[in-house]
Design a protein around this ligand. Structure first.
Ligand SMILES: NC(=O)c1ccc[n+]([C@@H]2O[C@H](COP(=O)([O-])OP(=O)(O)OC[C@H]3O[C@@H](n4cnc5c(N)ncnc54)[C@H](O)[C@@H]3O)[C@@H](O)[C@H]2O)c1
Length: 312
């Protein structure tokens, strides 16, 4: 039986990936997660088929035996927040860089076939050019963006220097069920869902005309699985967005219409480190990975809203 590891598997995207792997027929998936921002509840329906190792990726000695001999490691564990990396940069640095190094090293030493690394579109920074193609020079604008970029460089170097097959996927703004709206660092769409269902006023930082390539979480899980099996992709980086972009004002309008309410947002100052526009060029991911997003923004928002409605 092949061992599959998902670091950060109790988190928002990681738990969706775990479910996708189980649906696909993997017998058992092992998760490494210290439950810093994730929770066991995210894996509740699949708990009997998931082995959760409550470990910290900063502890190289503890994670090495778990990773040893795995077929694939999906490395998603991180502190995934731009503002948090500015407000409190040390834990972000230690987890996102040192922890990532530990995962790659354990994989290289443990005979792992491939590591799929959760990189970030934040690496592009505020380049004017859209869509963002993988060949553009990175211009990280926050500690978080630097940290995720260092992870990409390590992915590439672990391939070239140590022969470990790695694929880095730059996730764009991911949304969907189980995204935690409970912290000031939460993703904007999870906060929108909370405000919509509570009938409270959201604060949009900036004028709301900033745009993002919002990607439904199941599409992200699907491209991760494809990256684990594609051929001739080792050492490479791919955008894992949808190839579209929507402004925050547009999304809030769509959500209000879905609920039949009218709640004008308030606007606050733009957030430090935020980029203005973001949209993926998906040509390489389509050609090399067979990436094929299934969810339109309306469908993704509807599913997400339904989930928040039934769990709120
Ligand atoms: N959500 C997005 O829009 C987005 C965009 C780009 C990249 N990403 C990347 O995707 C990955 C998953 O993000 P997410 O949105 O699901 O966030 P999340 O916070 O829900 O998931 C991160 C998981 O990592 C775990 N974790 C944190 N520190 C750890 C440590 N030291 N040891 C072990 N586990 C640890 C957390 O408990 C959590 O379960 C991250 O690597 C993030 O950088 C996310």
């Amino acid at each position: 039986m092949k061992k599959i590891i998902v670091t950060g598997g109790a988190g928002f995207i990681g738990s969706a990936l775990v479910r996708a792997l189980l649906v696909r027929g993997e017998d058992e998936v092992e998760v490494i997660d210290n439950l810093l921002t994730g929770c066991e509840h995210n894996l509740k329906e699949v708990a009997s088929r998931v082995r959760l190792h409550k470990l910290d990726i900063r502890d190289a000695q503890a994670i090495a035996p778990v990773i040893l001999g795995a077929d694939v490691v999906y490395h998603l564990a991180a502190i995934p927040s731009v503002p948090r990396s500015i407000a409190d940069p040390i834990p972000s640095h230690e987890i996102n860089i040192d922890g990532t190094f530990n995962v790659f090293r354990a994989a290289a030493q443990g005979g792992v076939r491939r590591v799929v690394y959760a990189a970030s579109s934040s690496a592009y920074g505020d380049t004017e050019v859209l869509p963002k193609t993988e060949s553009m020079a990175p211009r990280p604008q926050s500690p978080y963006a630097v940290q995720k970029l260092v992870g990409e460089y390590y992915a590439s170097v672990f391939h070239s220097c140590f022969g470990l097959e790695t694929v880095a996927l730059r996730f764009f703004n991911v949304y969907g069920p189980r995204q935690d709206p409970g912290s000031p660092y939460s993703g904007v769409l999870s906060l929108f869902m909370k405000h919509l269902l509570n009938r409270t006023t959201p604060t949009i930082f900036g004028d709301g005309e900033q745009s993002r390539d919002f990607t439904y979480v199941e599409d992200v899980a699907a491209v991760c699985v494809k990256a684990a099996v594609a051929t001739d992709v080792a050492g490479k980086i791919y955008n894992a967005g949808n190839g579209g972009r929507f402004t925050l004002n547009f999304i809030w309008d769509v959500l209000q219409k879905m609920e039949g309410v009218h709640i004008p947002p308030v606007y606050g100052p733009p957030r430090e480190g935020d980029v203005r526009h973001s949209m993926a060029d998906t040509a390489s991911a389509i050609a090399d990975l067979g990436h094929a997003p299934q969810f339109s923004i309306e469908e993704g928002l509807r599913r997400t809203l339904d989930w928040y409605r039934t769990t709120a």
